[in-house]
Design a protein around this ligand. Structure first.
Ligand SMILES: NC(=O)c1ccc[n+]([C@@H]2O[C@H](COP(=O)([O-])OP(=O)(O)OC[C@H]3O[C@@H](n4cnc5c(N)ncnc54)[C@H](OP(=O)(O)O)[C@@H]3O)[C@@H](O)[C@H]2O)c1
Length: 247
């Protein structure tokens, strides 16, 4: 199956998993809006790569947590590429790594509200465009940490678990309108976000993974593209972790 004729908005697509996803969707025929927050040059380079490969892409600036900016972005994409049929909620909402007893409430609140805001505003801005065609597909990038905790990640685990709850609620509500909503939950994936993890931590994770390596952004992107190309899967969370925590 191809994504020909579809318009996709990928949030946080200037780097990492989002950039790989933008490329993967464009390679399957979608016209892709590459959202960025601070890294304009990186976003333009993703767009240039897609166009050089014969695909269609534009870069759109916006803070995924901010309703007005997300609405403006969705309107701009519709005007330039047509109604959005695919939304990938990927923007990485930063957080400090700290134990629960040291976690500042402000940081916890900012992470959870940021993650929820990005999903809520993204869906509210884009679903009306999907309803115009009575079809659409949304994929939220969550995390294996939504289920399997790790030290320092309490805010991230809570935020991603809430996101998975929202995915199931939206799948239930929007399914009758032809819109599917799923989650992809990566394990440790080598991107800028994990670049500062000690090498021995990455090696240990690989050793405890049945497929014996760390994930790459492209592994997650392929899973997102695969889910988008199904027709009867909704409300699901697909782990992309080489089998870690599965057995
Ligand atoms: N890497 C992992 O091990 C891992 C594991 C599980 C889940 N995830 C999830 O996968 C997603 C992508 O993570 P990643 O590792 O690819 O991160 P990354 O390489 O650090 O890239 C982060 C991306 O998010 C964008 N971004 C940050 N804040 C934003 C905002 N407020 N609005 C719009 N875009 C924003 C950045 O844009 P600019 O550079 O333009 O600011 C950048 O494109 C995140 O949701 C993350 O939680 C990652």
């Amino acid at each position: 199956m191809s994504l020909n004729g579809n318009v996709a908005l990928v949030t946080g697509a200037s780097r990492g998993i989002g950039a790989a996803t933008a490329r993967a969707l464009a390679a399957r025929g979608a016209a892709v809006a590459v959202n960025y927050f601070g890294s304009e040059a990186a976003a333009q380079s993703v767009v240039a790569d897609i166009r050089a490969a014969g695909g269609k892409a534009i870069a759109v600036k916006g803070d995924a947590r901010d309703r007005a900016q997300v609405e403006a972005m969705a309107a701009e994409v519709k005007a330039q590429l047509g109604p959005i049929g695919i939304l990938v909620l990927n923007a990485s909402i930063g957080f400090p790594m700290k134990g629960f007893l040291d976690y500042p409430w402000d940081a916890f609140e900012a992470k959870v509200l940021g993650e929820m805001g990005a999903a809520f505003h993204g869906c509210r801005a884009v679903v009306p465009q999907m309803l115009e065609r009575k079809s659409g597909s949304i994929v939220a990038i969550t995390s294996g940490l939504a289920r399997d905790p790790g030290w320092g990640f309490c805010a991230h685990s809570a935020a991603k678990a809430a996101l998975e709850g929202l995915v199931r609620a939206l799948a239930f509500e929007l399914g009758p309108m032809g819109i599917r909503v799923n989650a992809v939950a990566p394990g440790l994936t080598l991107t800028d976000a994990t670049a500062n993890l000690p090498e021995k931590h990455k090696q240990a994770a690989a050793e405890h993974t049945p497929l014996r390596r760390n994930g790459q952004a492209e592994d997650v992107a392929e899973a997102v593209a695969g889910l988008l190309q199904t027709g009867f899967v909704t409300g699901a969370t697909l782990p992309v972790n080489g089998g870690a925590h599965t057995f």
